[in-house]
Design a protein. Sequence first.
Length: 91
Amino acid sequence: MGRIENRLFRLNDEIAALRRDEELAREELMFHRHLNDDASRDAAVTGSPIDRADARETAGDVTRFERHIDRLRRSREKLEAQRDRLLRKLD
């Protein structure tokens, strides 16, 4: 097997791992969004400083996970572009 084929196998493994990580992060994001919805609702109803602080914290968690997913997506897309270039070389 040639060098390009070996690189393709490695890239495909890395892409698959990133896809799994993305999926797990999306599921965790859904969980954090539910927590944020509850915390925001509690803060709106009670007006308590503790509830407002909890809402800010959960909103930050949602933002962090959205950024994390975006970084994973960009990394995966970069690897997919590399894979596509290698595939064109095989033709």
